[in-house]
Structures are given as structure tokens and as C-alpha cells.
Design a protein around this ligand. Structure first.
Ligand SMILES: [Zn+2]
Length: 156
């Protein structure tokens, strides 16, 4: 499945998850998609924010009164508009057997795009992905995932 068809199907699934209904799901389709370098050993995907997107604090008039360097010390201050690109590993598209894993990885990256880092809320939302076998999460969840294990053993 080409990357754009995959994104349409993942966004469609996200729109059916009630816990995510208050976020800017409709903006996810505007995020550019690309590929990691093929020789990337550790990552399956990466959500890259725009250079000047930093967490912000507003006063009650909506004026930005503080900006920080690191991402996400405050909840809900970043969203899909702040994302420059989401890159996925090209091998996820090399064979149809990785399709479900690719969908799950893109779901993970979209959760980052909605403003979450790897916090307990993020992990809870991650566990709502309906495809149980492809579900990612903490290291432990990942290593229990049959699909992730197949991926690790794949021939390159
Ligand atoms: Zn992540």
C-alpha cells in the first residue's frame, strides 16, 4: 500500500477512536510524509517538528508569554500544524506483510503530531490501536508484539 493510502486508512481508524475525538484529527492529512534512510537500524518512524515549534505558554488574552526549548513540558501546546514531516522506514513498504506494522507505526507518529510525547497518556492512547498483533508501545509491549519480532528478524 503506498504511503498516502496508508495514511488515509490510519486517519480513518483514528477518527473512530472516541478518546481522540477532541484532537485535531482533521489536520493530520496535511502533514507531509517521507522516508527514513534505509539503513536506519533503530527507528521505524519519526515525527519531526518545525524548527521554531516549541512549547508555549499563553496568558488569558492568548498572548504567548513564554516559550521553551524542549518539547512538551506542557500538555496540548503542539499540534499537527507544528509538524514538518513524518518519516517512516522504507522497508515497511517493501512487502505487503509489513502493512499492519506500518499502520501501527504511523498511528504512533500521529499521536506525537497531536501533541503527545512518550508519557503515560501516550501509552494509554497507543494501546487503543485496534490491531492487537501490530500494537506498539513500551519496550516490553513491543517485544511481545509478534509483528515487531518478525520485523526484527527480517532479511535485509
Ligand atoms: Zn515515539
Amino acid at each position: 500500500m503506498p504511503i498516502h493510502r496508508l495514511s488515509i486508512s490510519v486517519i480513518d481508524t483514528i477518527s473512530k477512536i472516541p478518546e481522540l475525538s477532541s484532537f485535531e484529527i482533521h489536520k493530520l492529512k496535511n502533514i507531509p510524509l517521507g522516508y527514513l534512510r534505509k539503513n536506519n537500524k533503530t527507528m521505524l518512524g519519526c515525527c519531526r517538528f518545525k524548527k521554531n515549534s516549541r512549547w508555549i505558554k499563553r496568558n488569558k488574552n492568548g498572548k504567548i508569554i513564554e516559550k521553551g526549548k524542549d518539547f512538551w513540558p506542557h500538555g496540548n501546546t503542539l499540534g499537527p500544524d507544528d509538524v514538518r514531516i513524518i518519516d517512516l522506514h522504507p522497508d515497511l513498504f517493501s512487502e505487503s506483510r509489513w502493512e499492519r506494522l506500518a499502520a501501527s507505526v504511523l498511528y504512533h507518529e500521529y499521536l506525537h503530531a497531536l501533541g503527545f510525547r512518550h508519557c503515560p497518556t501516550f501509552r494509554k492512547l497507543e494501546s487503543l490501536w485496534p490491531d492487537v498483533e501490530a500494537r506498539l508501545g513500551t519496550r516490553k509491549v513491543k517485544l511481545n508484539s509478534p509483528m515487531y519480532n518478525l520485523w526484527l528478524q527480517r532479511k535485509k
